[in-house]
Write a protein that binds this ligand. Structure first.
Ligand code: HEM
Length: 368
């Protein structure tokens, strides 16, 4: 369950002059032959995003150590995503608004229907995670734009992430890792880390304050990291986005959640999509001078103006757990022209561990 499965012989060995360590390439090299077409696409993606990542943050992360820490803390489930393991793939259409076009030259806002691949999931690395728990839901998107451009993002059902830097995420995971003798995290370690890093508790407090979502389509999804929207005149507007369900928020009482059991979200989504009811408004909260743009644990002030960038309608849900999502990892620095990353260190730090994650699950035989 908790083996690491990764050779550390090549740690620190790097083909690049950038500050991100490249030992994750060892994972990629271990892929079976049938994964090579994916591997080459992935490598091109990975290299280009490492280059982008190096330009936006100098924080050093060992992505292999990071993914090992996910496995050690949450268990290792072969063939599944190390985060958002229990998920379902869908397709959608996005139509951009006039306000979107004013803020950004990205072709996604053209007003034409843009095809989108969607993956809804329950937070954590356990593919049997309970749907009726007060925990994270995710909505990851890939917009397939004209000319082969793509825009990828992973959005979560909380306005904040569970850590503000990659080092803090690693520390938190290490503090939550079960002690081999007790098979449970050491409460003193957990407490000491949280006391020294109080922002790691914000997300859990948020989930505890909210009801269990009645549907993947009845909860808000936040991007949590800031991005810049750049228009054809070169004007740059920073903001943080939220996908808000058009039919409103719906939660379950504790009794209702218990009665629903641990596996209701997939069928519920299928029915709702059949009924044509799954639409989200893609809204951007506009940052103002002085707002913090480099932290996924500090939301923009609530009073910031919100504009609607467009509308996302989910049109079909895959029959089984496979579908178009299986061979995709949703890297938030895969951006179209007209959208740029902020200097949030959590953005730059994601491409490499995501590459390790997809490398491992494809090598193991990807389940979904
Ligand atoms: C350094 C910070 C982070 C690390 C190391 C990390 C790591 C990972 C990994 C390894 C996966 C599985 C990838 C795969 O197998 O395809 C994943 C999935 C995911 N992460 Fe992160 N993550 C980080 C930060 C964040 C943040 C800030 C968000 C908030 C928006 C986020 C949202 C997601 C979502 C929504 C998924 C599921 C995507 C899907 O359905 O494929 N992650 N993360």
């Amino acid at each position: 369950m908790r083996e690491s499965g990764v050779s550390h012989l090549h740690q620190g060995f790097c083909f690049f002059q950038y500050k991100i360590k490249c030992s994750f390439l060892v994972d990629l090299i271990k892929m079976p032959i049938h994964s090579y077409p994916i591997l080459s696409t992935l490598t091109v993606f990975t290299l280009s995003h490492l280059i982008m990542a190096s330009a936006i943050s100098a924080e050093t992360v060992d992505p292999v150590k990071m993914v090992d820490a996910f496995e050690a803390a949450g268990g290792k489930f072969e063939g599944y995503r190390r985060s958002g393991a229990k998920g379902i793939c869908a397709t959608a259409e996005f139509v951009g608004s006039t306000e979107g076009r004013t803020l950004s030259s990205a072709s996604v806002f053209s007003g034409q229907k843009i095809p989108v691949i969607v993956r809804f999931s329950v937070g954590g690395g356990n593919p049997k995670a309970a749907d009726n728990a007060k925990s994270q839901r995710n909505m990851a998107l890939q917009f397939n734009l004209a000319g082969g451009e793509t825009w990828q993002m992973g959005n979560i059902s909380a306005p904040v992430f569970g850590s503000s830097t990659p080092a803090q995420l690693l520390g938190r995971l290490e503090s939550l890792t079960p002690d081999p003798s007790t098979k449970a995290p050491n409460p003193e370690k957990v407490k000491a880390f949280a006391e020294a890093n109080p922002e790691v508790l914000l997300q859990g407090k948020y989930f505890a304050s909210q009801p269990v979502p009645a549907s993947f389509a009845s909860v808000n999804y936040w991007g949590v990291n800031a991005f810049a929207f750049v228009n054809s005149k070169g004007d740059k507007q920073f903001g943080k986005w939220i996908f808000e369900p058009s039919t409103g928020l719906m939660g379950l009482s504790d009794e209702e959640a218990k009665a629903k059991g641990p596996n209701f979200l997939f069928d519920e989504l299928r029915q709702r999509v059949k009924d044509g009811q799954v639409t989200f408004s893609f809204n951007l909260q506009l940052a103002e001078p002085g707002d913090r743009l480099d932290s996924a644990t500090v939301p923009l002030p609530e009073a910031r103006r919100k504009v609607t960038l467009g509308s996302l309608k989910v049109t079909a849900v895959s029959e089984d757990s496979g579908g178009a999502c299986r061979d995709i990892t949703f890297v938030p620095t895969v951006l179209p022209k007209g959208i740029e990353p902020s200097n949030d260190p959590m953005l730059a730090a994601r491409a490499a561990p995501y590459a390790v994650g997809i490398g491992r699950r494809l090598f193991e035989g990807s389940k979904q």
